[in-house]
Write a protein that binds this ligand. Structure first.
Ligand code: FCB
Length: 443
């Protein structure tokens, strides 16, 4: 970590932290909430490394007031949370469950009272199980259901939410959830998962117009991006890199910004109906960028590989407890790439997730020192600043995450929080990164 002072960010830059519903809320049967695909998946033996579930998670559903206090103490201007669709529509269809809406109503009011802008994500992967039973995102109908749900939420919260995010990381939901089967709903379709991309994007586009009809808050989508690092120098390696880049970085962004799907992926276009691409390209006000690390790619070693690339570990970087390489330069590279690739079509960017997992535990004095996280955030913020200095319009940065939480297939084994959570007692202890980020935001 360099000792040079952090360069100044412009006035009005949005400083925030992010969470998601299933990872923190718990209370999975409270107030009429229906089951989601993550309840089903977590309760299936062998799916989660430590055998845990989100049944209790951080018990945020009951402790939200304490957590809003932590946000106020941190001094952030925004909090990105997600709304659990199965709390609003327990079966994914029909009228809103008032008790579910009430929870987010209380949360939003508490945030506003604390001077924190509510930034609400509508879909962070917890699809109502009843919709999955009808085919989930493979079924085009889910796009309409999503827009209907967006309308119900906006009718209640649209006067107070400051930024809507329709979908979180549709690429990860497609690839890990439907391509590789390591996330819910656990399907292993490889490239046959493409309809999941299209139907999520269609749902996004329909939700954009539902949200616009209910209020004036800006609308965004949060995509995951990972710049490609070639681990070979042959033409075949370069072709593999381009294929991976098209899949991870362009599949969702090209159509959003009016370019249609990347042709080289060769997906079956049968699911794309006339007019769909116009719905998907409805303008958004902000592009949410979630970044964790670059991806090492080379040509597949096996001739009959089902994939046109092979993912390889990247050497020469420090690593997080997730074994992810720490590469702040990848964030700068990615921001510049988006800027050059899309030019004037690119809306202002907010970094909607950036963070790292380390094995943080309280020391003998009860403090939780996490110097690696401070170094991580310091490096990534400098990278954002450099990209801004080079002309990329970035207007906000959200740390993943406020709290240690239930990290999907990794259960409770990965701690991403600025605040440590003792899951046995639900005690929250701000780590040293919390004080570091607070001081930064204050300046
Ligand atoms: C992102 C997810 C988020 C969290 C972080 C570590 O892909 O959006 O919920 O799991 O990774």
């Amino acid at each position: 970590m360099t000792s040079a002072p952090m360069p100044e960010f412009p006035a009005g830059f949005r400083w925030g932290v992010s969470t998601s519903a299933y990872q923190i809320e718990g209370a999975v049967t409270a107030d009429g909430r229906g089951p989601s695909i993550w309840d089903t998946f977590a309760h299936s033996p062998g799916r989660i490394v430590d055998g845990s579930t989100g049944d209790e998670a951080c018990d945020h559903y009951h402790r939200y007031a304490e957590d809003v206090g932590l946000l106020a103490g941190l001094g952030v201007s925004a909090y990105r949370f997600s709304i659990a669709w199965p709390r609003i529509q327990p079966t994914g269809a029909g009228p809103a469950n008032p008790a579910g809406l009430d929870f987010y109503d209380r949360l939003v009011d508490a945030l506003l009272a604390a001077g924190v802008d509510p930034v609400a994500t509508l879909f962070h992967w917890d699809l109502p199980q009843a919709l999955e039973d009808a085919g989930g995102w493979l079924n085009r109908d889910s796009a309409d259901r999503f827009a209907e749900y967006a309308d119900l939420v906006a009718a209640r919260l649209g006067d107070r939410v400051k930024l809507w995010i329709t979908l979180n990381e549709p690429f990860i939901h497609m690839s890990l959830g439907h391509g590789m089967g390591v996330h819910a709903p656990g399907r292993m379709l490889l490239f046959d998962a493409f309809p999941v991309a299209h139907h999520q994007l269609l749902g996004h586009g329909l939700a954009v117009s539902a949200l616009r009809a209910r209020g004036t808050a800006p609308v965004a989508i949060a995509n995951n991006y990972s710049p490609v690092r070639l681990a070979g120098e042959t033409d075949a390696d370069r072709a593999a890199g381009a294929a991976y880049d098209a899949l991870h970085n362009r599949l969702f962004t090209d159509p959003l910004l009016g370019r249609g799907y990347p042709e080289e992926l060769g997906f079956d276009p049968a699911v794309v109906r006339a007019g769909d691409l116009d719905v998907i390209a409805a303008p958004v006000d902000v592009l949410g960028v979630n970044y964790y690390n670059p991806t090492g790619i080379r040509a597949p070693a096996e001739e009959d590989s089902p994939l046109p690339f092979e993912i390889v570990p990247l050497d020469g970087y420090p690593r997080t407890a997730f074994d992810w390489p720490v590469a702040p330069d990848g964030l700068r590279e990615l921001l510049l790439q988006l800027h050059h690739r899309y030019g004037d079509a690119l809306p202002p960017i907010q970094i909607t997730e950036s963070g790292c997992a380390y094995d943080d535990e309280p020391d003998a004095d009860g403090r939780v020192p996490d110097p690696d996280r401070i170094a991580y955030l310091d490096g990534h913020l400098r990278a954002v600043h450099e990209a801004m200095a080079a002309g990329v319009p970035v207007t906000g940065y959200f740390v993943w995450s406020l709290l240690d939480n239930w990290e999907w297939a990794e259960g409770f084994t990965k701690r991403f929080g600025l605040v440590h959570v003792d899951y046995a007692t639900q005690r929250r202890t701000p780590k040293s990164s919390y004080a570091w980020f607070r001081d930064l935001v204050r300046r």
